[in-house]
Design a protein around this ligand. Sequence first.
Ligand code: SAM
Length: 314
Amino acid sequence: MANHCPGLRVHRSMPVLAGVYRCSSSYSRTCAVGSVPSPSEALKKWKTWGRAPRRLVLGLGVSVLAQFMSMADTFGRNSFIASARQKSDVEEILKNAEWPEQFPFKEEDFQRFDESPDTVFYESPRFVTHIDDPAIDALTKYYSKVFPPSNTPGVSILDMCSSWVSHFPAGYKQDRIVGLGMNEEELKRNPVLTEYAVQDLNLNPKIPFEDNSFDIITNVVSVDYLTKPLDVFKEMCRTLKPGGLAIISFSNRCFFTKAISIWTSTGDTDHALIVASYFHYAGGFEPPQAVDISPNPGRSDPMYIIYSKKLTTA
Ligand SMILES: C[S@@+](CC[C@H](N)C(=O)[O-])C[C@H]1O[C@@H](n2cnc3c(N)ncnc32)[C@H](O)[C@@H]1O
């Protein structure tokens, strides 16, 4: 991946997968807008403060959280302990979420280091994977548990922010599986798709399908690139069938120049709250739930799911 951050220190020991850097890296810390802690720093801090202050994230805004956490310890120490805590934190955090009346994030929270058109960044295909194999396996296993059986008549699925892979179970088929993404060459190669659409959701968040079209909408390791997430989540609600399921998955890697600042400045547990807030404030969804499907905490990429169903009354 091209380096869009001039004058950066490269953290050489940091694992790099397909040009996607861990959000917790010193690299992203240098790039992102504002003060940028790492997930492990965040977790260490919360370990001291307990759960209550974390709920303040949504009340005070993440920039306040980031200010607190910029005082945290050097990245890397106790990372195994931090990883071990992540599992329960991500799953537990939504149970304690107290949502303010208004969407608490500001315009600047959705700015990116690279504000050039996304069409430029995604112009060339990347036939790579963005998370490691155990994380992919964990996601595929999760899908095989919650997806309707292959070849169920009438089932339609939308894979948002799709590429040449969707990580669906091997041989999985439905009448309609649509991929929506930025790069046509990638989408053309995706074997699970029956059709695709190329669209920049940051320019035009309207999902180009009719109301009540899909039984399931997936979005894999890409929610952090959405600059108008509430519009997109409202569109997800519109295009899901009543009772339809939205599954948003994320890890701790990202194209940091293209991820929104609220993402690059916070850690995994905050990411769970951020995604859940999109469901909550978009409206029309059941209370979002978190599942930690991380395969080997501390040794493989973590993998988290935030899911919700469209209300049958919406
Ligand atoms: C890290 S890749 C993940 C791809 C795929 N979901 C996967 O799991 O391998 C990010 C994806 O988000 C999509 N994406 C990024 N910005 C987008 C935008 N503004 N509108 C629509 N899709 C976008 C890109 O097409 C790209 O495929």
